[in-house]
Design a protein around this ligand. Structure first.
Ligand code: CMP
Length: 158
């Protein structure tokens, strides 16, 4: 089953909207395999946003990601990476479609309220970056039969 990483950024934590965003993922049928609140160190942010480290907004990005703890969530589901990206919406909250998380909760390109992994391989790296192996749980298969057909499970279970 595919897994992906979501970060609820400090703007969500400080606005008291953590529960609302988590509810959206649960309501969709994504399973929470890991979740924790954490403060992001300079080192972790430098690694996580290494592709942005030379951008003019990097210092502001680091400061805004350290303004409060974030919530790191490991979500699990069939095509979880693609589904979560579509729930998140495009980077700029003003452009994101209404109904997406950024479209509903953000007015900003920068304070875009959530981070979501951008591809299956990136998701594996990001989950390893934010979670120790014992912090991501095997959820078993008890509720999978009401979320997916047998065919979908056969295709996607590894
Ligand atoms: P995220 O998906 O976490 O990935 C990198 C982050 O950098 C992005 O969300 C935004 O918070 C921020 N970002 C991306 N582009 C810009 C930009 N042009 N100006 C300011 N911040 C940006």
């Amino acid at each position: 089953m595919e897994r992906t990483l979501v970060l609820l950024k400090p703007s969500i934590v400080m606005r008291g909207l953590m529960g609302e965003i988590i509810t959206r993922f649960e309501r969709k049928g994504l399973r929470i395999a890991g979740m924790k609140m954490m403060r992001l160190s300079d080192e972790l942010l430098a690694e996580h946003y290494s592709h942005h480290k030379d951008k003019p907004f990097f210092a502001e990005l680091r400061a805004s990601m350290q303004a409060s703890p974030v919530v790191a969530i490991c979500l699990e589901g069939v095509e979880a990476v693609r589904v979560v990206r579509s729930m998140t919406g495009v980077t700029n909250g003003r452009d994101a479609a209404i109904g997406t998380i950024r479209g509903d909760y953000s007015m900003s390109n920068h304070h875009n309220v959530v981070h979501a992994s951008d591809g299956p391989h990136i998701a594996v790296d990001e989950i390893n970056r934010f979670f120790k192996p014992e912090e991501v749980f095997d959820l078993g298969d008890t509720n999978l039969g009401i979320l997916y057909s047998e065919g979908e499970l056969e295709e996607w279970n590894d």
